[in-house]
Design a protein around this ligand. Structure first.
Ligand SMILES: Nc1nc2c(ncn2[C@@H]2O[C@H](COP(=O)(O)OP(=O)(O)OP(=O)(O)O)[C@@H](O)[C@H]2O)c(=O)[nH]1
Ligand SMILES: O=C([O-])CC(=O)C(=O)O
Ligand SMILES: [Mn+2]
Length: 649
């Protein structure tokens, strides 16, 4: 029998919150835990049990059941303004800025764990002494002690918010429900933008199971250390742990989005990829865009680039060649499933954009700019005395270039001063529905038909602007070899090229060899279903540089020129592709360059033999060290074949 029961309504004011208690949870051990908002009795029984168990563990001073309403958001926002955590950006409507503790600015890959009874459910068989980089494993016993040293009493003196949310349109066949508990009201406001949060969740859920998220900033009251920028966090004790079998996430010590908005990377990628494997679909770090050509025919494309490598920008691109139209379905995560008709369909499980601010401007990404003119939250950007946001990349667009600002560290700052205005991983959080080019079908429950998948990364050297892979399996091989220069989205400093297979290294939810096998298996339709029409797979590189380190390709809106070539390939145009050892590249003249400053075609498109000889050796080492016996034989064969093709160049 549960040690909890609930009592009826009572009305009183508690603490300094000024909220009224409508009912309360009674624990034999803890006494009365006031429900500050919402009706506990209306939660599904399983959610009630989840909440009461965690209340007993984390001992908040009150429970706040969120309904996702505007009133609720206003109430929380006002509270945060009072406390100094948020401030309004007066130049816009309902836009707010906040600065984090400077130690809490990005995902912490090294403290992110998958907890499975068998190590090899999580990681591949790496040789003695080789630390797996794709997923980090924590043994259940070790997890228990990590948990015990953090969570008991961690919400003491704080309010626990209960957030019911749907990833994907509520009730849709590809959608999933989660419940996140958190003691951060910043997280509540951001989850309200990033997920679908409404009382309809509880009706849709009924008795069914849900993904459980438990999040605490890890600063119980009374607070022992000084809180910086009104941003409580506990950087030394950060832990982001997932129990895939239990569909459960435990996040401690960080308020930064990628660590704390549990619907996003933790649920929609790490946990969902486990569900997807069990249920025969895919959860990927991909944008989805609809592209209409001048003839009026629309195609949907999914694309995976590592963090801060251009997904948001590609998803919303404003074409620089006439007649083309791009509309965004999603900018970061795609859940995709083959239909019985053999077509792959994809949804964007999110409800908002959590985008990189620096580099975003009317020139590079006007549609993102339009999306965050209201109802948005900016984290770690600079603020001008006129109440505008500012970051690197807006130099030419700011009204008054001499204006005084407060930089992300809270110091007075002007353009030209030392240091940066905004943290390189500063972010905007904006409702997707506000994007002027949001696709009319972006909330279609069954998803949009995906005809091509693009992979890419930041590759200063050797990798052509675009190539098409030879087959589904060769495409999987190319995605497994994906590499990119490190960015500020995680804790790595300095620029080095890292492996980031499928742009999923930080988000891998299970053994990478099995993940590859799952991708391969998806090509085969189950009995009774139409043969699967697997998407064509491409690789792009917007970031190749010349000897001076300058980008050879203008990128952004001009990337439509590459998409145009891709779509012609989908349409069966065979006349404009040259076979190379790594795939098909465009023949010179087959990419529309009208109106562009001259581009150094050879430097941009070449496939240098020496570079690729080195690359294939390096990839072989990587596979041996990081995938080992878990590497499917077919993928090893692709490597062998590619090596032979390169040798014969
Ligand atoms: N040179 C160049 N830079 C680009 C291009 N596209 C994006 N960028 C820059 O890359 C950075 C990150 O781009 P985003 O589109 O936000 O990256 P993302 O893949 O959505 O990142 P996450 O949200 O971290 O997953 C920004 O500073 C952009 O300005 C491009 O085509 N060329
Ligand atoms: O998770 C985050 O912090 C933001 C993001 O999209 C990424 O890093 O890929
Ligand atoms: Mn991302």
């Amino acid at each position: 029998m549960s040690s909890f029961s609930t009592t009826g309504d009572s009305l009183r004011q508690i603490g300094d919150e000024g909220f009224y208690v409508v009912n309360e949870v009674v624990s034999k051990r803890l006494g009365h835990i006031p429900i500050i908002k919402g009706d506990f009795h209306l939660l599904p029984a399983k959610v009630q049990r989840f909440v009461t168990e965690k209340v007993e563990l984390m001992r908040p001073r009150g429970i706040y059941i969120c309904d996702g309403s505007q009133n609720e958001a206003d109430e929380i926002t006002n509270k945060l303004i009072e406390r100094g955590m948020l401030s309004p950006l007066k130049a816009y409507e309902n836009n707010y800025i906040c600065r984090t503790d400077p130690r809490d600015v990005a995902r912490v890959e090294s403290k992110t764990w998958m907890v499975t009874p068998d190590k090899y459910q999580t990681v591949t068989h790496t040789p003695e002494g080789v630390e797996p980089i794709m997923a980090h494993w924590l043994a259940p016993n070790d997890f228990s002690s990590e948990l015990d040293s953090r969570f008991p009493g961690c919400m003491s003196g704080r309010i626990m918010y209960v957030i019911g949310f749907s990833m994907g349109p509520i009730g849709g066949p590809l959608s999933k429900i989660g419940v996140q508990l958190t003691d951060s009201n910043y997280v509540v406001l951001c989850m309200r933008i990033m997920t679908r949060m409404s009382p309809a969740i509880w009706d849709s859920l009924g008795d069914a199971d849900f993904v459980r998220g438990i999040h605490s900033v890890g600063v119980p009251r009374p607070v022992r250390e000084k809180v910086i920028n009104h941003w409580p966090c506990n950087p030394d004790r950060v832990l982001i742990a997932h129990r895939p079998a239990e569909r459960e996430i435990w996040s401690f010590g960080s308020g930064y989005g990628g660590n704390s908005l549990l619907g996003k990377k933790c649920f929609a990628l790490r946990i969902a990829s486990n569900i997807a494997r069990d249920e025969g679909w895919m959860a990927e770090h991909m944008l989805i865009m609809g592209v209409t050509n001048p003839q009026g025919h629309e195609r949907f494309i999914a694309a995976a680039f590592p963090s801060a490598c251009g997904k948001t920008n590609l998803a919303m691109l404003e074409p620089t060649i006439p007649g083309w139209k791009v509309r965004v379905v999603g900018d970061d995560i795609a859940w995709m499933k083959f239909g019985a008709d053999g077509q792959l369909y994809g949804i964007n499980p999110e409800n908002g954009f959590f985008g990189v601010a620096p580099g975003t401007s009317h020139k590079t990404n006007p549609m993102a700019m339009e999306s965050f003119q209201k109802n948005s939250i900016f984290t770690n950007v600079a603020e001008t005395v006129d109440g505008e946001y500012y970051w690197e990349g807006l130099e030419k667009e700011i009204k008054n270039p001499k204006v005084e600002m407060i930089n992300w560290l809270g110091q007075k700052w002007h353009i030209g001063d030392a240091g940066k205005a905004a943290h390189p991983n500063s972010r905007f959080t904006a409702p997707a529905a506000q994007c002027p080019i949001i696709h009319p079908d972006w909330e279609s429950p069954k998803g949009v038909p995906i005809d091509a998948i693009i992979f890419g990364g930041r590759r200063p050297e050797g990798v052509p602007l675009i190539f098409e892979t030879f087959s589904w399996i060769h495409g999987i091989f190319v995605a497994a070899c994906l590499k990119s220069e490190t960015t500020a989205a995680a804790e790595f400093t300095g620029k080095s090229i890292m492996h980031d297979p499928f742009a999923m290294r930080p988000f891998m939810g299970y053994n990478f060899g099995q993940y590859l096998q799952h991708w391969m298996d998806l090509a085969k339709a189950p009995k009774g279903e139409a043969a699967r029409k697997v998407p064509k797979i491409f690789h792009v590189n917007w970031f190749r540089t010349n000897k001076e380190g300058k980008f050879l390709w203008p990128g952004f809106g001009d990337n439509i020129r590459v998409i145009d070539w891709i779509i012609r390939r989908l349409d069966g145009d065979d006349s404009h592709a040259l076979k190379t050892p790594i795939g098909y590249v465009p023949t010179e003249g087959s990419i529309n360059m009208d109106g562009l400053d001259p581009v150094k075609w050879d430097e941009l498109m070449s496939v240098p033999k020496e570079y690729w000889q080195e690359d294939v050796k390096e990839v072989r080492k990587f596979f041996e060290a990081q995938v080992g016996i878990d590497l499917p034989a077919e993928i090893r064969r692709e490597l062998d074949e590619q090596e032979k093709r390169i040798a014969a160049m």
